[in-house]
Design a protein around this ligand. Sequence first.
Ligand code: 8ID
Ligand code: ZN
Length: 353
Amino acid sequence: TVPKTALAIVFDEHDGPLRVEREHLVATPEVGEVLVRIAYTGVCHSDLHAWHGDWPDKPKLPLIGGHEGAGHIVAIGPGTKTPLKVGDAVGIKWLATACLDHCEDCLSGNEGLCAEQKASGYDLDGTFQQYVVSDARYVTPIPDGLALDIAAPLLCAGVTSWRAIKETNTKPGNMAVIVGAAGGLGHLATQYAIAIGLRVIAIDSGEEKQRMLAKYGVQDFIDFKNFSTEDALVEEVKRVSGGRGPHASVVFSSGAAAYNTALKYLRPRGTLVCVGLPANATLQAEIYTTVCTGLRIVGSNIGNRQDAIEALDFAARGKVKPEISVEPLENLHSVFERMERGEIAGRIVLSCK
Ligand code: 8ID
Ligand code: ZN
């Protein structure tokens, strides 16, 4: 039975208190919706941006953040046509809903661009709570045998990083730099890249992060904090990649500096895939070099439903494994503090039990 109230973490203003509401009203699913009992939710750096309110588009307030939720369907809105059943294990992603059937973007598999889209934990209340309603068409089935705490980070960090690797325009054997390689998105991108035969050059900082990445087979780790100038870092990436520079760089850093560096070390016709979303930042591409060396600059935002299914499938087959540490939902504020300081290797997953 579904209770009338449950636990939720709510904030009323940007950077304001993250209130622990133990008696938050549980929503009732309408037609087309399911109610999901969240077991685990990852904490993504985008949740921290939402709390700060530092992006040009602002979230709703008050807000329950969170968009990496894994749980079970406990109710289905009356009259909903869906193959889903009560008891099914499903995931909640950043994209909560989109038209899915009448705009050019949805019809071409780019539902992240739909004008009618709404995001979990941004436009709608998200997964930092025990019960969340979702569009029945948009939940992601979680494969049998994939533990829900492991599945949670795959629903944003996994989907987004897998899609970003697909956007690199590389072939097996090519070299890809992963910037922010030990963060939530980066450590999964590293594993997806290795799984499809790319050689990864990882950039991040600290021995703990280096050790984690070494487990995935990363031999080339560059600690960006050891380089006092951009030029020195550019030279090091070129040296490690055999002089000519890597074929691609995928930037997951939540800070802006790494973007401009990437444009300087890529080899001719190399691809920069932009994923990290630093606030108030600009990409400075020198036009002459960009033209003459045929550089490609690509933005990559989340992924579509098929990307999500593939991202989970790699994990179900044991090819990719999120590095998680599980803590109670009430720890959200402390997780944000550690994330701000860049202290988290992999992902922290909150238990909503
Ligand atoms: O769809 C999208 N485009 C999307 C989806 C999800 C998240 C974009 N994001 C964005 C987030 O909003 C955030 O801006 O991607 C960024 C990274 O999210 P995350 O992986 O959840 O963040 P994290 O776990 O804090 O990892 C960031 C890593 O970057 C490193 C840090 O050390 C950390 O490990 N880093 C930083 I900050 N600056 C760096 C630099 N200059 C750097 N690594 C290398 N060089
Ligand atoms: Zn996210």
